[in-house]
Design a protein around this ligand. Structure first.
Ligand code: SF4
Length: 226
């Protein structure tokens, strides 16, 4: 099987295990962008707490932009790196307002995929993962964000060699239309089965495709479940 066929097989096996997972965001894309900026290098729980406090303190993005930076930082303290993140959020809001005349990302819906991605990636501190999350979850565009779980699973599967940006290696392999569900399925697998330490290979639906899992099961059939 070539890499595309292997990724398609991964998608089929995960579909059988988990079914379709769909979680298109109902929130405005700008909210999603700020939430995703808060999620960088922190847990989902801390991100959600910080985001809730941020919205409570500043119900509008205009208010968050106009606020003293220290107050904004205080509101998102729970996410860590709060001063740095507060600066980043205000820089992003400032750029959107100055360039678009309003604090909204709805205009991205009218741009072609490539242009929309290019624009988001031009924002300060916005990388491919963040941009693709906004485009996939906020607009239903065919982008494939790669988080740490997906990168680990892909590397163990031999679909990414660990060099360069995993988005560039994995994105072209994903079957069109499967981006959202496969992203969520791989994260679920990475959290519960293909864990960073002690992957549960003998319980993994991807074992028939996985060189790492085959080696582990052959060499340590009993130890892996500990
Ligand atoms: S077989 Fe093991 S290493 Fe391979 S994807 Fe599954 S849990 Fe991860």
């Amino acid at each position: 099987m070539n890499p595309r066929e292997r990724m398609a097989a991964v998608a089929r096996l995960l579909q059988d295990r988990y079914g379709s997972l769909r979680a298109r965001s109902a929130e405005p894309p700008l909210d999603l962008l700020i939430r995703t900026i808060l999620s960088q290098h922190t847990s989902d729980r801390n991100r959600d707490l910080a985001y809730a406090r941020l919205r409570e303190a500043f119900p509008s993005w205009e208010a968050a932009l106009a606020a003293p930076r220290d107050r904004l930082a205080e509101a998102i303290r729970g996410a860590g790196l709060h001063r740095q993140r507060a600066a980043r959020i205000q820089e992003v809001l400032c750029r959107i307002r100055d360039e678009r005349g309003e604090l909204s990302l709805d205009f991205l819906g009218k741009l072609p995929d490539g242009k929309a991605a290019e624009w988001l990636l031009s924002l300060p501190g916005v990388g491919k993962k963040t941009a693709y999350v906004v485009l996939l979850f906020g607009f239903g565009r065919p982008f494939f964000p790669v988080d740490t779980h997906i990168a680990r699973v892909a590397q163990r599967l031999g679909l990414w060699d660990g060099r360069g940006d995993p988005h560039d290696a994995l994105g072209p392999l994903v079957p069109r239309g499967a981006e959202l569900s496969l992203h969520l399925q791989l994260i679920r697998l990475g959290r519960g089965v293909c864990r960073p330490r002690g992957p549960r290979c003998s319980d993994c639906p991807l074992l028939p495709l996985c060189p790492t899992g085959s080696r582990r099961v052959e060499s340590r059939p009993r130890k892996e479940e500990r």
